[in-house]
Write a protein that binds this ligand. Sequence first.
Ligand code: ADP
Length: 403
Amino acid sequence: MKVLIINSGSSSLKYQLIQMEDESVLASGYCEKVTIPGSFTNHTAHSQKVKTERELPTHKEAVELMIELLTTGENKVIDSISEIDAIGHRVVHGGEKFKNSILVTDEIVNEIDALSPLAPLHNPAGVIGLRECRNIFGSEIPMVAVFDTSFHQTMEPYAYLYALPYEYYEKYQVRRYGFHGTSHQFVSERVATLMGKPLEELKIISCHLGNGASVCAINKGRVQDTSMGLTPLEGLMMGTRSGDLDPAVIKFLMEKENISVQDLDTILNKKSGFIGVSGISNDQRDVENASFEGNERALLAIKMYEYRIAKYIGAYVAAMNGVDTILFTAGIGENAIHRRENVISYLGYLGIMLDREKNDLGKQEGEISTNDSKVKVFVIPTNEELMIARETEKMVEFKKHTV
Ligand code: ADP
């Protein structure tokens, strides 16, 4: 089975064509500056990366270019789109409605669209991708929507509710949803395999540390808690997002700086985190390099970042009354050996010990704790596209057997 994965952003479209029998990537691509002048697309197939500079005024042109690159020219991987068996779409917010992935119909697209107020920065782009694909591919090729939030839908009300007047939950579904669900699911399943234990026997703390970052407590295969909330702004400090803060800061700053809600939203989402504290960059590598040169604000940003991760891990150990394994994933989690080392150094009291030699191997999948560490620590490279492809295959096979 060949599954096409689509991740549609407000000004981008990422895709991967995966051969499910061996889970190999036949082709992948990234259309950038969609809807913005200067669009370009990098398409990789047969180990070759080719850049196409072509204006993509809407996502329709991006989907059409993707099809052209997949089916024509030297780097084509299929002769026609009829060879694609299913399409899996990443959708950021599934609200309370979508507890699992779902086969897409026009009605489902409308229901996802109706959730846009919960995720105004993310869902409209996903809906555009879904609609364009349905227009272009037709309803012959099954499409599946896979939600970042679904994996977290096992949380109990005491974990997902905010201590606000209950009516806001009833009226607007204001609550913690959590994100990066496909990543947390992928890495937690993988760590269980590596440990040779069923998920149902494990207490796992998964740290997805990329530009966006979240921690997830997975207790016997079910998410008990996670750091992101109604939106991906809550929780850890991130590349450009503040993470947790006293909500009273919002009123205080709006009054002091005489700025609008919209401006403050931009500050919290785009101008805070690493870039806000260090004043240098949203990229952890740049901030780390500056810290090596003795830049004090860079050092402070790094220290804050690590401290906050350690605090979440401590909280989740308490919430689950224990932990069997802590894992690190995504750009920073997989690569930044000093971040891992410093976060784990906070946890010695819990008997958690890092094996420096193993940790220094960087991105490699595997255990990085000492043999006598009370809790195993792992690095697990994430693969959200593959997780979406597996979900898509599962849904399509299920449909075949139930029709
Ligand atoms: P996104 O959330 O955009 O998918 P990524 O998972 O790619 O983000 O993570 C981006 C972050 O990972 C950046 O802060 C970057 O500095 C960090 N990163 C990527 N590669 C490395 C590396 N080799 N060493 C240290 N940090 C890295």
